[in-house]
Write a protein that binds this ligand. Structure first.
Ligand SMILES: N[C@@H](CCC(=O)N[C@@H](CS)C(=O)NCC(=O)O)C(=O)O
Length: 266
């Protein structure tokens, strides 16, 4: 394969957003192949000739480094192929364990968010219709039936992950992140607060994506049509500072125009 990497990604998925965050931060050019559960999975399985393992997206086909099957691996790849003049290392040496631990914690929140979203959509046909990708809308009731089949498939496929998490566990992670960001050591020389070593790392990105579950970031949710989960609404006030931190992080490091990438370093 030559040219730019290809990211197979699901528009609404938090894990695709994690990978896109790291790629965008590092100003890496890539092309996106949209993925649709059910049909997309079969297509991807044929393409990868992978019939045993559970297949998830994002998946990235790189020009020289093979296929990356985890958002975490894609982010690490991005860190090694940065095209950003003033980039910091998102996985700084000696801090990998801490970054990886925050990524695992973000998954605890996201697993709960996914299962709540799937249950909510299955219980609310109007919300289900709203989530329908524009490409399926012309199908009418058949499109809705397809969405229900997709939601059921996701519920079964990720049952094990859903059973490992809960609202209490998700809130514990959010409280831990809030406390870590309030600690004196979180404040970096840039005047921003960070989860690891007072500097921007992938831990911040992973947790900022997890905070989407608590409250979607409006500029992003407009594009991704992510609904607010009712179960988290009562907690938004408690986590106001965490939400504000997430908003600032996305505004600065996930801007719509990304003009930093076109600037020269001198
Ligand atoms: N460990 C994986 C998790 C990815 C994941 O759970 N992806 C889900 C997002 S909802 C997915 O692929 N869903 C579509 C499907 O299973 O068909 C990663 O970090 O990349």
């Amino acid at each position: 394969m030559t040219g730019v990497p290809e990211l197979v990604s699901l528009r609404i998925s938090a894990w695709s957003l994690k990978a896109r965050f790291a790629l965008k931060y590092h100003c890496i050019k890539y092309r996106t192949t949209p993925y649709l559960p059910l049909f997309g999975e079969l297509k991807l399985r044929i393409r990868l000739w992978e019939w045993r393992r559970k297949l998830t997206v994002p998946v990235m086909f790189t020009p020289n480094d093979g296929v990356l099957m985890q958002s975490y691996d894609i982010a690490q790849w991005a860190d090694r192929h940065s095209a950003r003049p003033d980039a910091v290392r998102l996985f700084p040496e000696g801090k990998e364990a801490q970054v990886s631990s925050w990524n695992a914690k973000s998954d605890v929140v996201l697993f709960f968010g996914r299962s709540s979203l799937v249950e909510f959509l299955l219980s609310d046909p109007a919300a289900m219709r709203q989530q329908m990708p524009p490409g399926l809308r012309w199908l009418g009731p058949l499109g809705t039936a397809l969405m229900v089949a997709i939601a059921r498939r996701l519920r079964d496929k990720y049952r094990e992950e859903a059973n490992r998490t809960s609202l209490t566990k998700a809130l514990d992670v959010l409280r831990e992140a809030q406390a870590a960001l309030r600690a004196p050591g979180a404040l970096g020389p840039d005047g921003e607060r960070h989860l690891v070593g007072g500097a921007l790392t992938y831990a911040d990105m992973a947790m900022a994506v997890a905070v989407q579950t608590l409250k979607p970031f409006s500029p992003l949710s407009a594009a991704n049509a992510r609904p607010q989960l009712k179960v988290f609404q009562p907690y938004q006030e408690e986590f106001a500072d965490l939400i504000a931190w997430r908003d600032a992080l996305f505004t600065k490091y996930f801007p719509a125009d990304n003009e930093r990438c076109t600037k020269k370093s001198h």
